[in-house]
Design a protein around this ligand. Structure first.
Ligand code: SF4
Length: 362
């Protein structure tokens, strides 16, 4: 999907649907605090079909649907849901848990069903590191096997990696390891301390700045795409580096639009929980409505929760003054996790907006 064509106040680019909270794993930093069995009140099959109708009702450009969990492979009648989404013209990706349910045959079946891409989580470059972060013995070997099979069946592969104090020293080694796979994208998720994630530690802003500069350098040479999640200030770092590298303002603007700078929680992103509750993202627990009794389109477009997290005029502190607030805007989820105010400044960013420097020097 071309981000140039999307008005994020009207249409999300990505709909994340937590198909179920059931999952055989119990990872230490699971956002969903997944459980071995489904919640008795998760959306029924007919409600799930209605949700897909509601996603289609956004019209063109149609959002991309990401099936998450828990483990979406635990969702009853998953392939019927995928087929129905396809019939509505919705593109679908999936993020299965690396369990014994993932076999080469299962990945082939997902590919044959028209799944766009598959993502697995890899948080360490060795079995010891990965399994100790996730606290699931054997998970590393299974993840590596799943990634290999995805390559063998030709299913575009994304690897998601947690960025925290605990994983930072290992990120270079993970990057090297990933060269052995036919990877489409490496997605770096910057920890927000909510759910089970509160057991791990966010990096401090200076460490984050150093890491983002490293990511920018890697992105120039990497054979696969590198994406950041819940680190929108990377866009400010990238813009400054592009300026330093001699790109014109118009070239920087075009690159920013092309890479989807400006997408953030509630602005291009919407999350639907296993019970149909709607949030600006899976990491921002501000409930804006429920698809059982409201339309997803109207919740996304018209609810106060979404309007406020989308509106840069509602941002406060540094993020409210910053010249990068339109393409960055800070992580609303992290601001909320740290202060209880989704409009507050993103505490992960150490940038001083130009207005503050000018006021300070007046
Ligand atoms: S101050 Fe806020 S808007 Fe500006 S770069 Fe930092 S996080 Fe982004």
């Amino acid at each position: 999907m071309n981000p140039n064509l999307i008005d994020y106040a009207q249409n999300p680019m990505l709909v994340y649907w937590e198909t179920t909270r059931a999952c055989a794993l119990s990872c230490r930093h699971c956002r969903a605090s997944a459980q071995p069995t489904p919640h008795p009140d998760e959306l029924s099959h007919s409600e799930a079909l209605r949700l897909l109708d509601q996603i289609a009702a956004f019209g063109q450009p149609s959002p991309h649907l990401v099936l998450t969990g828990g483990d979406p492979l635990e969702r009853p009648r998953l392939f019927d849901l995928i087929a129905y989404a396809q019939s509505l013209g919705i593109k679908v990706s999936i993020t299965p848990a690396a369990t014994s349910k993932v076999t080469k045959e299962m990945l082939q079946k997902l590919k044959d069903a028209g799944i766009d891409s598959v993502a697995f989580s890899l948080d360490g470059s060795t079995a010891d590191r990965h399994d100790s972060i996730r606290q699931v013995p054997g998970c590393y070997d299974q993840t590596i096997q799943c990634a290999r099979w995805a390559g063998e069946v030709g299913l575009p592969l994304q690897i998601n990696t947690l960025v925290s104090r605990e994983t930072k020293p290992d990120l270079r080694a993970i990057y090297q390891l990933l060269h052995g796979f036919p990877l489409m994208r490496w997605s770096l998720f910057f920890l927000i301390s909510i759910g089970r994630g509160a057991e791990l530690s966010e990096m401090d802003p200076d460490q984050g700045e150093e890491l983002m500069n490293w990511v920018y350098d890697l992105a120039q040479v990497s054979p696969f795409q590198i994406k950041t999640t819940e680190a929108p200030s990377y866009r400010r770092v990238a813009s400054e580096r592009m300026k330093h590298d001699g790109l014109t303002p118009e070239q920087i603007r075009q690159t920013s639009v092309h890479r989807g700078f400006g997408i953030r929680d509630g602005n291009g992103i919407v999350f639907v929980s296993h019970q149909g509750d709607v949030y600006p993202s899976g990491f921002l627990p501000l409930r804006a409505g429920n698809v059982r009794i409201q339309n997803l389109t109207s919740i996304y477009r018209d609810s106060l929760v979404f309007q406020n997290v989308r509106d840069i005029e509602h941002f406060e502190g540094k993020c409210g003054e910053c010249e990068y607030r339109k393409i960055c805007g800070g992580s609303r989820a992290r601001a909320y996790a740290h202060t209880g105010n989704p409009g507050a400044s993103d505490p992960f960013c150490n940038y001083t907006p130009k207005t503050r420097i000018l006021v300070g020097s007046a």
